[in-house]
Every structure is written in C-alpha cells, then in structure tokens.
Design a protein around this ligand. Sequence first.
Ligand code: CTP
Length: 400
Amino acid sequence: MKGSLEGKEIILGVSGSIAAYKAVEILRELTGRGAAVTVVMTEGAQRFVAPLTFETLSRRPVLTDLFTLDYDKHIGHVATGERANLLVVAPATANTIAKFAHGLADDFLSNLYLSSPCPVLLAPAMDREMYAHSAVQENLTHLKARGVHVLEPEYGELASGLIGRGRLPELSTILQKIDDLLRHQGDLTGETVLVTAGPTQELLDPVRYISNRSTGKMGFALAQAAQDRGAHVTLVSGPTSLPTPPGIMRTDVTTAEEMYQAVLDRLDTTTILIMAAAVADYRPSSSASQKMKKQETLTVEFVRNPDILAEAGRHKGSRILVGFAAETEDLLENAREKLRKKHLDLIVANDIRVGFGGETTRVTILDRHGGVQELPERSKREVAHQILDRVVALRSGERA
Ligand code: CTP
C-alpha cells in the first residue's frame, strides 16, 4: 500500500469525540501511503488531542481558527478546499454532522465543507442513543442524498460503557474506503448506472415460491463501487437481507416480471446497465390464489420469463450492457455465446463452484472485442472494481 496515495491531497477533519485520538493513526497511515494531509480540528477535538500531535505527523499547520489571517500558516478554507481530492471527517460527531446537513458555517471545518468541491467521507462516532436519534439519522439521510459518503459506525463497547452501534469504524475500513474513493477519482461521474441484484421469486401460491441461492452480494458490491466512482446509481433488487448501500436509490421487486418492468421503466435514462441478478428463467404458468393443499403428486407447468438483458440488447443505443453468466460447464464458450446473442459489451463468467453466497468470487471477464481477462479469487468488492475498470476502458475507447 506504500505510495498508493502518492500525489493526493486529503483534508482530515477531526471533531470532538473520544475517538479523536484514532485520527492520529489515520493520519499516520495516509501519510505513510504518500498522501499530503491537512488536518482541520474543531474546538472540541482540541480538548481530546493537542494540535501539535497532528502538526508534527502531517508536517503542516493544523487549521483551527477561522479568523486567522496568517496566510503562511493558514491558507484559508477556500484555497484548502479547492485543491483537495477528498475531505474525510473522522470522527464525525453529531454536532458536525448537523452543521454539514444544515449548512452552518461557524468554524473552520464547517466552512471547509461548504467550500470544498471534492468528495466528502464521514466516519461518525458517538454514543448509541445519539446515533440512533432520529435527528442524527435524518441529518445523515440528507447528507447521503447530497452525495456525501457515510460509513456505518461499528457495534461494540462505547465510551459511556454501553454496548451498541456508535464506535468509529475500524482503521482498515476507513482506509479501504478512502482508497476506493481516491483510486478511481470519479471516473464514472456523469454516468447513470442501473444494477440488478439478487434472486427472483416465482410464486406457486401465496406462501410458496421457486427461487435460487443468489444472495445479491455481487450486485450490491457493484452498486457501491459505481457510486464510489461518482456514478448516479439505482439498484433494482430481488429479495435479499442486505442493507442498502448509502446514497443509492433502491427498488425492491419479487418476480422476474416485476424486475423486467422496473428495468424497462428506467432504461431510457440509464447509460450503463449491469444485470447481476440471477433472474429465474421460468415461472409457474399459473399461481394459485389460495394455499395449495397436499396431494399425492404435484405437477407444475412452467413458462418462460422475459429475458431482461436480451430486451435491453434489442434497444441498446450507446448504453453499455454488462451481463453475468453462471455456468457449471463450458464456461467461456457459453459466456461468449450470451455476449453475442444479447448484444452485450461485457460478460462476467462466474465459476459457481466459488462465489455463490460467499464473500469472494472467481470470474473471467469477456468483452465485445474478444478480450478475455481471467481474475484470481478476490473479494466481491475488488471484483466489482475490476469489472468497472473494464467498463471505463470501453467508454474511453468509444470516445477516443
Ligand atoms: N437475465 C435476464 N433475464 C432473464 C434471465 C437472465 O436479464 N430472464 C440476465 C442475467 O441477469 C444475467 C444473464 O442474463 O446477466 C444470464 O444469461 P442467461 O442466458 O439467463 O444465463 P443462464 O440462466 O445461465 O442461461 P442458460 O440456461 O441459457 O445457460
């Protein structure tokens, strides 16, 4: 990771929580990776940690006082904000979150938030009851809707002695998010990405259905990664227990026909469609309106579901289409055939012996020019970024 943030300008905002001391470690890691970091502290933060600690480690003045006009030391919030690649606030207290949400500007950090055009990442830390309070949650919802990236605090023992959600996320989680936000620096800005995820359920009667073992993790990872890279993302999800990634519009559907309708309704405004959902190919020809009673044998007739991706392929335009192929045999040949038949730009061939339901997956990415990229087994987050790297490459090839 050494040097991975070379050339990046980061503002590290520290607000007044007991977790402020953990920001020292964040600063060390960021500078260790080559980033140039300017630390901004609120008054509260300075009661927990002395600015000198941050000043020594960042080798830069720590910005605290809005009204200092010493430009050698304090270069002013506008200049600082304009040249930053990222503003990270860790820990972000309820007070700082409220100021950001409502546009208050009474200290250096809140002024900086308003004058920084760069992406913003918040790592909240506070007591359990405070974090759960609807005032804080509503403020976070506002900020996420505005495109601010927010990490979920972790569950565990809090400074108050209570157990609950409110701990500053682990150092590794914060660093990974910073890396994701900076590495690709908005290369999907301006794109509207529609991702489908999860299984569909095809109803036999009001309580029974036919489905598959997809969990939705790959689709959700793609939605999150696309949003981290600056895209406007909509997620159309079949039934899953996964939480919605922050800042992403989610529409829940149950059946393949509902997913078909949800995708077609949004196709006109979509510039990149990624069909990661495991759509059932068939549904029962009729669904009983009452719960079916036991019988000696049961015969169910199935009819074909509409093929969503094939339909999108028929109206492709300049849209990028990405499909998945889960196979147990002849992986590449079958995937290539699907790529061609459905007019796709990329197909992600999935070795379903690795990946179904797990945190990692092993895939091969095939593109419309005949390119084949075999990836080793990796986390779904990393694979999502590799797929998006291919999408970005295809887009820039088109523009060249
Ligand atoms: N897909 C779709 N609509 C369907 C079925 C699949 O959009 N009704 C999409 C999936 O989301 C995936 C790709 O198409 O991106 C998978 O292609 P498909 O031909 O359905 O793969 P299999 O189900 O494996 O098909 P086959 O039985 O032909 O191997």
